[in-house]
Design a protein around this ligand. Structure first.
Ligand code: HEC
Ligand code: HEC
Ligand code: HEC
Ligand code: HEC
Ligand code: HEC
Length: 349
């Protein structure tokens, strides 16, 4: 059939949302809904000058090049038409079943509806669906490794797919007017309260009388290394000293993550990189430790804040990005004075 004559059954998310309001509201504020419109993605594509980025960021462009739905990126009709899903080190492959009005989902006992028929897909409960986009090592450079990390780690062995953490379940109606069911997945992908980042890490620290501050971060929850995703993501550990009145008198910081470099060993974004220079991500159920030297005082406190940062400082500078996303992950505090060593843990006062 001629591409122009082919009838493609794809629908904008707004139409799906008329019946599936819960999923729409959750998806709308997720990163998936911004996968072609995010300012960072636009900046990156302009720099990479690569036409193949859309394969994962706007997969519907493969079947409907000019359709308005394409601009919604990783939208409802991407995931709910995906078949023959195969993750691979070169970026996965899949077919989009858009030649018929069937929407594939995890249940196999739903009655067809006039708007669309129901496709039975146990694959929607499996990590491979996510892993088809979330694993890519072009020319041997590890870019997205969530699926590979997961597969090699405890979460795969113990039977927890991506969905078990990223799509927590509610009791709800799947569609307006349908019965309330259990096990309905949240579509925000960072937890019901967008709290996955805030629960991922445990922090422990110890301060001795000479001011050596040892900080250990443990990846207690994520089924893959942290930070995950884009190699340019960072976990920043910020230590500061406050005097008795709460005024900051000293600070220092360390960043954890992967550094990719070009042939001249300069830190570059992934599309210009030829190899990994260093990797200080925290492995699943693994730890990373570091030491700060604190100029000791008689009173006040040492505060440690751990934050997620969307880009490393060097890459943000190269790309001219000034408003880098930040989100708090965990923190702890130690009061000065009295006996040493002193210890503290996140989640405790
Ligand atoms: C068709 C490709 C594709 C599939 C399938 C896919 N993703 Fe994504 N995912 C993306 C892209 C592209 C982004 C980046 C969007 C952006 O930030 O611009 C992303 C971003 C994310 C993020 C980052 C969220 C944030 O707020 O920073 C998480 C978490 C995530 N995906 C989890 C999943 C899980 C879990 C699945 C399986 C249920 C999945 N993805 C399936 C392409 C995909
Ligand atoms: C990144 C891929 C992805 C996107 C985008 C996505 N979904 Fe889903 N959706 C899934 C997966 C995976 C499941 C099943 C998860 C599970 O049960 O663990 C699911 C389940 C569902 C279900 C069935 C729930 C149930 O309990 O049986 C409906 C309905 C649904 N999605 C609608 C939507 C709508 C509407 C949109 C757009 C607003 C959307 N989805 C966008 C991946 C996606
Ligand atoms: C006119 C209403 C309506 C619209 C519009 C609609 N759906 Fe549905 N959908 C339903 C109903 C009804 C169910 C079944 C609910 C039940 O039985 O609990 C359903 C179920 C589903 C399921 C579950 C399938 C399974 O077997 O697990 C998915 C996935 C889904 N819809 C996706 C979509 C997507 C994607 C769109 C937009 C392209 C969409 N729907 C638009 C009414 C609608
Ligand atoms: C056992 C729970 C668990 C499993 C299983 C899991 N994740 Fe995660 N994931 C997390 C937690 C917690 C975070 C938050 C920490 C972070 O941002 O790095 C996270 C973060 C992410 C992010 C980064 C979001 C961002 O920008 O910070 C992506 C992308 C992601 N996961 C994808 C996946 C994919 C794909 C799979 C399956 C192959 C998966 N995850 C399996 C718990 C899990
Ligand atoms: C194999 C699938 C795949 C391909 C191909 C791909 N990406 Fe992505 N991209 C992803 C996934 C998955 C994420 C989510 C990771 C995260 O949130 O940290 C992502 C996230 C991003 C982000 C972060 C967006 C944001 O708003 O935070 C940028 C920038 C990006 N990709 C640029 C590109 C560029 C440029 C290309 C082409 C050279 C490209 N990607 C090709 C899968 C892909």
């Amino acid at each position: 059939m001629d591409a122009a004559e082919r009838k493609v059954w794809i629908t904008g998310s707004g139409r799906c949302g008329e019946c599936h309001e819960k999923m729409f509201d959750e998806w709308e504020t997720s990163a998936h809904a911004q996968s072609v419109s995010s300012p960072l993605y636009k900046t990156a594509v302009a720099s990479a000058k690569d036409a193949t980025c859309e394969r994962c960021h706007a997969p519907l462009a493969q079947v409907a090049p000019r359709d308005i739905v394409v601009t919604e990126g990783v939208t409802c009709d991407v995931c709910h038409t995906m078949r023959e899903i195969k993750p691979s080190v070169d970026g996965g492959s899949w077919q989009l079943a858009v030649d018929d009005m069937v929407k594939y989902g995890p249940r196999c006992d739903l009655k067809d509806h006039y708007f669309h028929r129901m496709g039975c897909s146990p694959e929607h409960k499996e990590a491979e669906l996510c892993g088809s986009c979330h694993w890519w090592e072009p020319k041997g450079v590890p870019v997205f490794t969530e699926y590979a990390d997961w597969k090699a780690g405890w979460a795969a062995k113990e039977g927890y797919p991506c969905q078990s953490c990223h799509m927590p379940k509610d009791k709800a109606a799947l569609a307006t007017g349908s019965p309330v069911r259990t096990g309905v997945p949240h579509h925000g992908l960072l937890g019901k309260a967008k709290d996955l980042r805030a629960t991922a890490l445990a922090l422990e620290m110890k301060l001795d009388a000479q001011g050596a501050l040892a900080v250990t971060l443990t990846n207690k929850l994520a089924g893959h290394a942290v930070p995950a995703g884009l190699p340019e993501r960072r976990i920043v550990v910020r230590a500061r000293l406050e005097d008795g009145s709460g005024t900051e008198t000293w600070h220092d910081e360390r960043a954890l993550g992967r550094t990719l470099v070009d042939a001249n060993n300069a830190e570059v974004p992934f599309w210009k990189a030829v190899r990994v220079a260093s990797d200080t991500r925290i492995a699943p159920r693994g730890s990373q430790s570091m030491t700060f030297t604190v100029p000791m005082a008689q009173a006040g406190s040492v505060e440690v804040d751990v934050v997620y940062r969307g880009l490393s400082d060097a890459i943000a500078k190269q790309l001219g990005v000034t408003d880098v996303e930040e989100q708090p992950m965990t923190k702890a505090s130690i009061k000065l004075g009295g006996g040493y060593p002193k210890t503290a843990k996140s989640g405790k006062k």
